[in-house]
Design a protein around this ligand. Structure first.
Ligand code: BES
Ligand code: ZN
Ligand code: ZN
Length: 478
């Protein structure tokens, strides 16, 4: 989709369809009110009234509209415009504060993934033109709008890049194919890229990650992408869980919970999308993205409940459930990342626990860590970026639940409640003392994937984490 800005006022822009947002309050004074009311249109939020003979699409918007409501309404409108078969659409500004939300509505709302359809029905809509002017014809700061368009397109396209990776099947997107994708991104965006194979992981003593991948015919890969601008203001490490498939291992998942587990690589895909956006925005921050790409399968050589694993940092782990594999992979990747990069902050993203969805719902990312003030900056970034985030607090009672009689720590909790937090407290064992206050863990189990459309998301990967992280990183640059 080509999204641009035009100097012309709306009526002079050449496009097949005009999109207008109208609230119930402004409906009666709208010049097309007689026509609109004929069809019973009353401008309820996200209701649509296409007037094809006038080449106008009117979308209802709630009275005190926010970025969130404009974003979601634009996504609804753009899907309709695609269905009607128009090739171009134009729209005015509805206060510059919401311009980014409108662009996100266009780029994220028009996303389709049709790689596995034998017959596709490509949309004809190729161009969306925004006027610099407001719908009431008042003028705006054009430089500011140009900058918003540039930034928002990069971030929204990086989100769609993540969705494309997540949506590919476990057969197509193996750890090696993820590494190939990282290499291609590195070549295109001038990033450094290092890939470690099974033998390298052995040398690095990453036995927890190796154990998880051992029964798979698709060997594990550790991906390290680096963006290194001159004189960076900060150094940031991003770590992603990249389970290209999670069958549960010998603690095998049930048939219905196994479906969708191709999305267990979403954290890894997200950090790839984040470094893509950072490099295209040319942010003055050094960013390292690490992905533990592994497949959790069953077989004669599979790792077992009862095994004890020695992680890269020397800690021993009692395995009591092979389906709690993400934390084992992250344990080693966090260790490797901290050994290789001295960062100001370390953030990890993982579809880690079903418990996170129980705690917060399936739309919200769980935010965990030791540093309350740092977590607050993330909760704000989430809110300002259009992603839902929720704080899940640590406490010493929950910490006791992952004690092991046999080894240093157990990979699952002894009690059924608080599973998202006990998983994070497990990860805490692999965060170096000097990084404790500089680490945040994001559980994207619910937010990374959806089987029913909501907000700007259609079926499949959502690209969770990208928008909020770019918001947070850009704030660090100010
Ligand atoms: N990948 C899953 C978590 C998950 C579940 C993500 C559903 C998205 C949707 C993870 O590896 C897992 O299986 N976790 C277990 C942990 C349990 C064994 C302690 C879970 O959540 O049931
Ligand atoms: Zn699992
Ligand atoms: Zn998993």
């Amino acid at each position: 989709m080509n999204v641009k800005l035009s100097n012309q006022s709306l009526e002079h822009i050449e496009a097949q369809l005009t999109l207008e947002f109208v609230s119930a309050k402004t409906l009666t004074s709208h010049p097309l009110y007689p026509l609109l009311s004929q069809g019973g249109f009353n401008a309820t939020h996200e209701s649509l009234c296409p007037l094809h003979e006038r080449a106008v699409l009117v979308c209802g918007i709630e009275e005190d509209a926010t970025g969130e409501t404009y974003r979601s309404a634009m996504a609804t409108a753009i899907k309709a415009a695609m269905k009607y078969g128009y090739t171009s659409l134009k729209c005015a500004q509805y206060t510059t504060d919401y311009f980014h939300a409108l662009i996100e509505g266009v780029v994220l709302g028009s996303y389709r993934f049709e790689a596995y359809k034998s017959e596709t029905n490509p949309s004809l809509l190729g161009e969306v033109i925004f006027s610099y002017k407001n719908h009431d014809k008042t003028a705006n700061d054009t430089d500011a709008l140009d900058a918003i368009l540039h930034q928002t397109l990069i971030i929204a396209n990086a989100t769609n890049f993540v969705r494309d990776l997540v949506n590919q099947t476990p057969h197509d997107m193996t750890p090696q194919v993820m590494a190939d994708a990282a290499n291609r991104l590195a070549l295109k965006n001038h990033l450094e890229c290092t890939i470690l194979g099974a033998n390298d992981l052995k040398e690095e003593k990453m036995n927890a990650m190796l154990a998880v991948g051992r029964a798979s015919t698709n060997p594990p890969r550790l991906i390290h992408l680096a963006y290194k601008p001159k004189n960076p203001k900060k150094v940031i490490t991003l770590v992603g869980k990249g389970l290209t498939y999670d069958s549960g291992g010998l603690s095998l998942k049930g048939a219905t919970s196994m479906v969708t587990m191709k999305m267990d690589k979403a954290g890894g895909c997200a950090v790839m999308g984040m470094i893509k956006a950072v490099s295209e925005l040319k942010l003055p921050i050094e960013v390292h993205a690490f992905v533990g790409a592994v497949e959790n399968m069953i077989g004669g050589n599979a790792y077992k409940p009862d095994d004890v694993l020695v992680a890269k940092n020397g800690k021993t782990i009692e395995v009591r459930n092979t389906d709690a594999e993400g934390r084992l992979v992250l344990a080693d990747v966090l260790g490797y990342a901290q050994e290789n990069v001295k960062a100001d902050y370390i953030f990890d993203y993982a579809t880690l626990t079903g418990a996170c969805m129980v705690a917060l719902g399936a739309y919200t990312t769980g935010v965990m860590g030791h540093n309350e003030a740092l977590k607050q900056t993330w909760l704000r970034a989430g809110e300002n970026s259009g992603e839902y985030c929720g704080n899940l607090p640590f406490n010493r009672q929950l910490k006791k639940l992952i004690k092991s009689e046999l080894a240093d720590v157990c990979n699952v909790s002894s009690k059924p409640y608080g599973g998202a937090i006990t998983a994070a407290l497990f990860l805490d064992n692999f965060i170096d003392e000097n990084m404790k206050e500089k680490w945040v863990h994001f559980d994207i189990a619910g937010s990374a994937y959806t089987e029913s459309a909501w907000d700007v998301h259609t079926y499949g990967g959502t690209g969770a984490g990208v928008r909020m992280t770019l918001k947070w990183l850009m704030e660090q640059c100010q």
